[in-house]
Design a protein around this ligand. Structure first.
Ligand SMILES: Nc1ncnc2c1ncn2[C@@H]1O[C@H](COP(=O)(O)OP(=O)(O)O)[C@@H](O)[C@H]1O
Ligand SMILES: [Mg+2]
Length: 632
């Protein structure tokens, strides 16, 4: 029954996590175990008093109502002695109790009957408190563990290099954080108390059985493998299948993500039925795989049940045989029957808890894959810098995506305050150059110097504080317009926000809204036009007051009317900062200090607009093409 290495690793990872949580929330765990123990005592004690009860009831047929005489304890076996001692002690306790309560009975058995009722009632009251505590504490523990895991995942996403997200499907990532952790939460929630209470209950039952009928323990020892082996074998399947089922659920979420993010395209191109077919398909796969998980779980419980019933049958036969050979009294049988009858419930719950653990291990596998992805090395280390003036130099920078060269020896030198325009055919590497300047990636060869410091050796947070980006597709968070602007500089005052909005030509629009600056941007800014969104992001960048500014085709997605307003806002923004501008429309960059023409990852021409036009090369041809009346 060798288990594949990776599955064992997943189980170990889960156990490590649970152990860490136990240490972290030890007070909760101690409370949980303490209350569980109390719960077991409250449940088992009523079983224990059955024997004295049945004995007195048995004796009541007898005309002689004196308590059964008990031989000196040391003459009996240990368990027999203890039993007799308990029986005797309980009778004394019953008499004392009736004295205290002021009750007197003709029948000598009645105090025991009253005491049984009293003990059961007390156990009921205390037990209900313990059940409440165990249920709430254990479930809350489960929620905490999973909430921590979710936070860890979110934190990890924020620390991962940008490269990671290029390869991932967003819906699947969301599914990992929601569905996978949800499976863990649900399973923990259902079984956290089972893991603690039920093994203790089984132990309690075994102790009772051992006291009154030790032979049965042998049978238990034999039946254990009958129950454990199917549980273990099915558990492995549960783990593997739950992992697969969650993958399918990830596909479903991804499919939904595609529908929602692409809804305009879906509607415009009448792709509804096609999208729905794909969604249905992923759902069918998910259901199919889930059925297999459930089947393994069901089989596990069913097979342990057979093992359990075989053992119970054997015990009953031995018990009957022993009674017939008059070694046992009916009172003892009464005591043993209850643990025997209830034990299966506990065994079933333990089996379920085990399945749940394997299911969680399967869910954790997908989560661990993400957590084990290396965090962005650029985000840690580096030496602090107090400010950025904005002198930027690229020295023979090379960069590639998966072996495909994108930048092949790019060099440039920008003095503080200059505007550098990057132009050239699509796919030439312009955006990639900005990505490197923002340190989303590091050059594979060559270096980037900011104020003479190698960018790779500077503390990233110090550097990014002095940069801002306005890109082709503006992104607004689903918060107020004010927050969308002020996130550029945390702690900015309302006056500063408004000043930035004025400079970005968006203030008037904002105050016209019923809620003014408190207007919600809507999911991805759906309540605003492209130009309005863009001006919000420009206000954000203005407020940030960066030393180095990056504009990646900031106006290319806009119509000509809003382009004019946005362009004016951008010109304000650019003043006094080192600006790297990628522009499709060359008319917007004629006044740039340097224009670099990037073709296939190489700078083929550089200079001012006039110099490049005079050169009569690639740039001149691009200008001519845009000047033609039929050009866009
Ligand atoms: N995340 C990425 N993964 C793989 N290849 C990429 C990625 N981003 C860009 N590329 C490739 O790098 C090249 C340069 O892209 P880019 O810098 O966006 O060009 P430009 O902005 O000049 O149009 C293109 O060939 C593109 O296919
Ligand atoms: Mg680009």
């Amino acid at each position: 029954m060798a288990e594949p290495e990776e599955k064992r690793r997943d189980v170990q990872a889960l156990l490590r996590r649970i152990w860490a949580a136990i240490v972290r929330y030890r007070r909760m765990v101690v409370a949980m175990v303490g209350f569980s123990l109390l719960q077991v005592i409250c449940t088992k004690l009523p079983f224990m008093v059955i024997e004295p009860l049945l004995t007195v009831l048995d004796e009541s047929d007898d005309p002689v109502v004196a308590p059964a005489s008990v031989g000196p304890i040391e003459e009996l076996g240990f368990t027999e002695g203890l039993r007799q001692w308990f029986s005797q002690w309980f009778r004394d306790f019953a008499n004392d109790l009736c004295d205290v309560l002021g009750l007197a009975f003709d029948s000598a058995g009645m105090p025991v009957v009253v005491a049984c009722g009293f003990v059961t009632l007390c156990c009921g009251i205390v037990g209900s408190v313990t059940i409440y505590m165990v249920q709430t504490v254990s479930r809350f523990f489960a929620y905490r563990v999973v909430a921590d895991l979710r936070c860890e995942l979110a934190q990890h996403f924020l620390s991962l290099p940008l490269r990671f997200f290029g390869r991932q499907r967003m819906g699947e990532m969301i599914s990992r954080v929601t569905n996978d952790t949800q499976v863990m939460q649900r399973s923990f929630e259902v079984s956290a108390d089972n893991v603690v209470v039920d093994p203790l209950m089984i132990l309690g039952n075994l102790v009772i059985i051992a006291f009154y009928f030790p032979q049965a323990l042998l049978v238990v020892a034999v039946m254990l493998p009958l129950m454990v082996i199917p549980m273990y074998r099915q558990g492995r399947k549960v783990q593997k299948r739950s992992s697969k089922s969650l993958q399918a659920l990830g596909d479903t979420t991804e499919s939904l993500n595609q529908i929602l993010t692409g809804i305009r395209t879906v509607k415009a191109f009448q792709l509804e039925s096609e999208r729905m077919r794909e969604f249905d398909q992923t759902t069918v796969t998910f259901l199919g795989r889930t059925k297999k998980v459930l089947s393994a779980k069901g089989r596990s419980i069913a097979q342990s049940f057979i093992g359990y019933q075989i053992a119970t049958a054997v015990i009953l036969v031995i018990l009957g045989h022993t009674i017939l050979s008059t070694e046992l009294t009916f009172a003892v049988v009464g005591v043993i029957i209850a643990p025997l009858a209830t034990n299966y419930q506990h065994v079933k719950r333990v089996t379920r808890a085990y399945n749940v653990m394997r299911e969680s291990a399967g869910a954790l596998a997908g989560i661990e894959t993400i957590l084990q992805t290396d965090v962005d090395a650029a985000m840690v280390g580096g030496h602090s810098i107090s400010g950025v003036r904005g002198n930027v130099e690229l020295r023979d920078v090379h960069f590639s995506y998966g072996g495909k060269p994108v930048l092949q020896g790019v060099s440039l030198n920008a003095r503080a305050g200059q505007t550098i325009a990057l132009v050239g055919p699509s796919g030439g590497g312009k955006s990639t150059t900005l990505d490197l300047l923002l340190r989303f990636h590091d050059p594979e060869k060559g270096s980037i110097l900011v104020d003479g410091n190698d960018l790779c050796e500077v503390k990233l947070s110090d550097y990014r504080r002095h940069t801002a980006v306005v890109s082709q597709s503006p992104f607004l968070f689903n918060t107020s317009l004010r927050d969308n602007i002020s996130c550029g500089r945390p702690g900015a005052t309302q006056e500063q926000v408004e000043e930035a909005a004025r400079a970005a030509n968006i203030h008037d629009f904002i105050v016209e809204q019923p809620d003014g600056y408190a207007t919600m941007a809507g999911e991805r800014g759906t309540n605003l036009s492209g130009g309005q969104m863009q001006r919000i992001t420009i206000a954000r960048a203005i407020l940030r007051d960066p030393a180095i500014l990056f504009l990646d085709e900031a106006t290319s997605a806009l119509d000509t009317e809003s382009e004019g307003v946005v362009q004016a806002a951008l010109d304000t923004l650019r003043k006094g900062r080192t600006s790297f501008v990628i522009a499709h429309r060359l008319s917007t960059i004629v006044d740039a200090d340097q224009i670099l023409v990037l073709v296939d990852g190489r700078i083929v021409e550089s200079g001012s607009h006039d110099e490049l036009v005079a050169k009569n090369g690639v740039y001149k041809r691009m200008v001519d093409k845009q000047m033609r009346p039929d050009a866009s």
